[in-house]
Design a protein around this ligand. Sequence first.
Ligand SMILES: C[S@@+](CC[C@H](N)C(=O)[O-])C[C@H]1O[C@@H](n2cnc3c(N)ncnc32)[C@H](O)[C@@H]1O
Length: 772
Amino acid sequence: MEKLKSVIPETLKHKISHSTAADLNSTCSSLLDFFTNLPLFHQLVRDLTDPQVALCGKNKEAALEAKAKGNQCFTDGDYSNALQFYSQALRNAPMDAEDNEKNLVATLYLNRASSLHKLGLFLESLQDCNRALILSPVYAKTWFRRAKANSSLGNYEDAMNDFGVSMEIETSLSGKRLIENELNQLVDQSRLRSSATEKQHDGNADEPLQVELQCASTPNKGRGMISLTNIPMASLIHKEDPHGAIILKHCRETHCAFCFNELQADTVPCVSCSIPLYCSLECQVQAGGEDFLKYKAEYGFKLDLSDDLERHIRNVTSPSFCSSGVKHFAEHRHECQGMHWPAVLPPDVVLAGRIVVKHIEEQAYGVLDHNVHKILDLCQNYGQVSSDTKLEFHVYSIILLCCLQRFYATKLTLNSTTTSEIIILLSKIRINSMAVVRMKHSDVKQPLNYDLTSSVEQIEVAQAVYSGGSLFNHSCEPNIHAYFLSRTLFMRATENVTAGSEMELSYGPQVGQWDRGERHMFLKDRYSFICQCSGCAQVNLSDLFHGGYRCIKPNCDGVVLDSSVIKYEKEKIGHRERLSCFQGNVPSDDSISKLSHYMYEQTDYHWLEPGSCLGCATFYDLQASKKSISKAEVHIQRMKDAVTSGALTTNLLMDALRYVDILRVVLHPFNRRLAEVEDNIAQAFCLIGDLQAGMDHCRASIEILEKLYGESHITIGNELIKLASIQFSMGQEISSDYTARIVAIFSRYYGSHAEIMFPYVHYLKKESCRVV
Ligand SMILES: C[S@@+](CC[C@H](N)C(=O)[O-])C[C@H]1O[C@@H](n2cnc3c(N)ncnc32)[C@H](O)[C@@H]1O
C-alpha cells in the first residue's frame, strides 16, 4: 500500500491533502484516472482478490498433515499439543472433505473432544462432540465420547441417553461390552453424586431502560443526548447492538470474531476460510461465512430406537439456536470467498465494507450509487483529518470498492461518486466508532488473588459502530459510563442527573487522569475536535493539582503552577465559570477549601502566573525544582525497570525511596505523579515480600487519587481492589464497610452487571454477608 501511495504524483497528493468534502468528486475522479492506467494498482487488487493466490482458503492436505501430528501427540500422551494440532487441522479442513470414508471435520471435532476430555475440559469436550454429531450422527464413538463428557459434568441423564444411542449403533461385541460397563458405573455414580451445578450469575439480562432521552442540538458540540427526566445514579440509560463491528487483528487468535469474548480451547473456525475463529457454532452461524448447519447430516438410522432416544438424537443434532428465528446480517459472508483482502486491509476499511454490504442487503434492490451518505446518519469531519489520512481514505476507498465488486459486481459501480461516499463513510467511522474493550482475563477471573499491585487493564478487542451510542458527546467529566457485554453496548448514569442535562461519556481522557493539555492533544489527534466540555472549559481543582508544585512557604497548602498549565487555566478563566469540580467530585478538606475559597474570592486573575503560589502569591523559580525532579526520576525509573525485569533488590528500592522524598518536597501533595510513584513503590515492596509497606504506599497513592478523581470514581474502585488483594494476601479480614464501598463503586458503574464483569465483586459481596 505504501508503494502505491508513493507513486501518486505530488500534484495530485497536494490536491487531496488540501481537499474538503466538497472537493471529493474531483479528487476521487483524478485518482481513479491515475490508478486505471497503473499496472501496480491492478496487480495489488489481483493479489487481494484472487482466491488462487490467497493463503486463507481451506486446504485438505494441510488439514490431514495437522491431523496426523495431532494423532501422534495424542498417542504419546501429549494432549495439549494434540489439541493445538486438531484446532489447526479444523481451521484448514474443507467441510465436505472425507478421510477414511468419514467426514474429516466431524472426525477432527471428535479427536479434539478426546484431547479436551483428557485435559479435564469437559464442557469444551461436550461441545466438540455436539459439533461432530451435527455433521455425522452415525458414529457410536462420538456418542460414547459425549456420554463420557456428560458423565464428567454430572449430567447423568444425558450421559445415559448418549450411552444408549452408542450401544444401539455399535456393532462389535467388545464395543457393546465396554459401553455396558461404563453404563453400569454411571448408574452407581449417579446414585452417589448430585448433578447440581452452580448456575452462573448472568446479571439482570432484561434490565429495562429506565429513562427518556432526546437527541437535541447543543451549543458547541453538534447534536447530543439530553435527559428528559431526572435519572438516578446507576440507571441503565442505553443498550444497543452494533450497526457494524469487526475484531481487531491482534485479537483474532484470542477472541471470538463475533461476540468478542475470549476464546476457549474448543474454537470453531469459519466454515469456508481459515481466518476467523468463533467461540461457538451460534456465533459462527450469526457471523456468516458459509453456514455450518448447511452441512448438517440428516439423521437416517435404520434402527429401532425408543421414542426417548430418537428425541435425544434430535435434540443434540438440532441446536436450539437454529430455531430461534433471530436473523442477523451475516457480516462475514461477503468476505469469505477464499480471497484475503479482509485479512489484509485495516479493520476500519473492512468495517466500512460490512456497513456498505449491510446497506445493500437491507434494501431489497439496493444499489450503491448516490445514496450511500444515507447509510449512517452520523457526523463526519473529513475536512479536519490530517493530509496523510485524507490520502489513505482515498486509496483505501478505491481498493475496497474493487474488492467488494468481486462479490457485488452488479450493485457496486466504481466511480468518483461511490468512492467519495466511501471516503465520507470512513470519516464517519473514524469519529463515531467505539473500541469494544474487555478486562484482561487474569485481572478478573481470580478473585483477589492476582498479581498484587498490577492495575486492572482493558484490552481493545474490536471496533464497532453504534448508531444510537454515537450521538452521545464526550466530556472529560462524564456523567455516564459505557461498557460492553459480548458486542452489546451498555451505558449507565454514574451520578444523579437532573432533567434537561446533557448525558456525556468519556471517549478516553478524563479529568484526574491527564492534564488539560494531554486531554486536548489526544482528542484532537484521535477524533479531530477541540474539547468544549465543562472539565476543559471551567477551572477545576484536579487540573490545578494534577501537575502542581508545592509552595515554598512553610505551612502554606497553596499550589504553584508551571507555564504550560497556566496557559490552559487562563483560557478557562476566559469562560468566567470556576471550580466546577469542587462542587461535585473532590472531597472537601481543609487545604482544598482554603485554596478554593481564595480562588473564589479573587476578582482579578493576577495570581495566575507561573511560579506564583495560588494560596499566598509567594513566587519561586521552578527551574531548580525541575532539575531535582529529573534526577529523582532517573532513580525511580531504575527501580521500575528492575521490577519489570525481575532484578529488583532492596538497595534499588531504598535508593528510589530516598528520591521519592525529594519529589514529596517539591511536588504538591496532590500531584498525580506522586500517586503513580507511591503505586510503583507499593508494587516493589510487595515484590520483595514486605506487604505491610506495600499496603501503606498503596493507601498513600489512593489518598492522592481521591483528591483528583473524587472518592467514588471507578479508578478508586480499582485501586481499592488492589489494596484488598494485598490485605487478603496478608491474611487480614477485609472489613464490611470497606467491602461495601467497593461494591457500591462497581455497582454505580456496572449496575447488575458488576458481578459478571468482575467476579471478585461477587466474592466480596459474599464475604461481607459472612462478616455481618
Ligand atoms: C460521536 S460524535 C457525537 C455526536 C455529534 N455531536 C453529532 O452531532 O452527531 C463525536 C463528535 O461530536 C463532537 N463532540 C463530541 N464531544 C465534544 C466535545 N466535548 N467538545 C467538542 N465537540 C464534541 C465532535 O464534533 C466529535 O467529532
